[in-house]
Structure formats: C-alpha cells, structure tokens
Design a protein around this ligand. Structure first.
Ligand code: AMP
Length: 209
C-alpha cells in the first residue's frame, strides 16, 4: 500500500443550505476520493424501499437524527470499501459527539487519521433562504418550513459543537460560505493548499504514487 502523504481524508461541515454537498463533490473529485454523504445514502434507501429505508423514513421526514449506531455502521461499511482506502470526503457525518467518537475509533483501528475538516460558515438567514429555494426546485420532503427549523436547530445544538473537537486537533479549515459557488470553491482549494493539501493533475492526492 502506498500510504506516505497520500491520504486525503476530509470532512465537510456546515449548516443545511451551506452548499456543502456541491462543494464536497468538487473537493472529492479533485482529490480522487469518494464523496460519502449520509443524507444521500439514507434518501436512496428510502426511495428504493429497502429495509434500512423503511427504518429511517419517518426520522428523516421529521428532520431528526437517525440513531448513531445505525449511522456509524453504515459509514464504516462504506469506508471499508476499496475506493475509500486512500481517502474520502464525508458530508453530513459525523453530526454529534457520539459519531465523532465512532469515527475516531474506526480510523484509529486502521492507523488512519483525518487530514482536514472543512467548515463552511453561512449565517442562519442565508441557509434558510437557500433551503426555501431548494424546496421549490427539488421538492425534498424535509425542506418544509417546520422541518428546516428543526434541522437547523439540531445543527446548532449538536453538530456545530463538534467543530471544537476538531479545532483542538488543529484540523479545521474555516471557509466563508457566502458568495458564488466558484468563489467559495476557490477559497476552499486555497485554504487546503495552504495546509499542503493539493490535488495534482491526474486527480490523485498530493504525494500519491
Ligand atoms: P442531509 O442531506 O445531510 O441534510 O441529511 C438528511 C437527513 O438524513 C437528516 O435530516 C437526518 O435525518 C439523516 N441523516 C443524515 N446524516 C445523518 C447523520 N450523520 N446522523 C444522523 N442522521 C443523519
């Protein structure tokens, strides 16, 4: 295994409507690692009517969090796949302290560690107006007014505090998420490059063989 400096293990954290899904895909593509978005995986299961989908549907529609055990197991199964060996970009996980601990345990048993946590900073009013717009465009069942409020409240109460844990580890790259898509993307790549994290021409992480 070529491990030296070749890893690109990222988290992207920000409130719903911060654009983290879109930005996360761009970062993952550039570094040649899979983007793993727990919300997308859950939604696909609901849509496909799987056993998992049936278990989580009501929770997702209410904007509540799926139990940690179920979510962390789903993530570790995904990260065990070969394409995530060298890295990944996790979007929407971890979302609370329990999941932070689960991820840390998963990584440490593999001798792996995170390279950066990208924090997208977007004011509440801006997130809300973007989510309303998305509701009109995509008609997601959890983008209704009431559920949006609940999801943002959970973000502020449970998810935002996990950034302190990663800040203490020196991992957080704080990005102003207000601006055009391209402006925000540029800020992310500049900030990662400042930390020595650069995708190279063929889409592999810096230092990859
Ligand atoms: P998202 O697309 O990231 O906003 O996720 C949509 C919904 O999926 C959330 O409102 C939760 O119900 C569920 N979900 C996604 N990720 C997680 C997670 N890490 N922990 C618990 N529930 C999650």
């Amino acid at each position: 295994m070529t491990h030296q400096n070749a890893s690109a293990r990222f988290l992207i954290v920000g409130p719903q409507g911060s654009g983290k899904g879109t930005q996360g895909v761009l970062v993952a593509e550039a570094f040649g690692v899979p983007q793993v978005a727990t919300g997308d995986i859950f939604r696909a299961n609901v849509k496909g009517g799987t056993e998992l989908g049936k278990r989580v549907q009501a929770i997702i529609e209410a904007g509540d969090l799926v139990p940690d055990e179920l979510t962390s197991e789903l993530v570790s199964d995904r990260l065990e796949q070969a394409d995530a060996e060298r890295g990944f970009l996790l979007d929407g996980y971890p979302r609370n302290r329990g999941q932070v601990d689960d991820l840390a345990r998963f990584l440490s048993t593999r001798g792996a560690s995170l390279d950066a946590v990208i924090e997208l900073v977007v004011p509440r009013e801006e997130s809300i107006s973007r989510l309303r717009q998305r509701a009109l465009e995509q008609g997601r069942t959890d983008d209704t007014e009431e559920v949006i409020e609940n999801r943002l409240a959970i973000y502020e109460r449970e998810t935002a505090p996990i950034l302190d844990v990663y800040r203490a580890q020196g991992l957080v790259v704080r990005i102003d998420g207000v601006g055009t898509l391209a402006e925000v993307t540029e800020r992310i790549f500049v900030a990662l490059a400042e930390r020595g994290l650069q995708p190279n021409g063929d889409g592999a992480a810096a230092g990859a063989a």
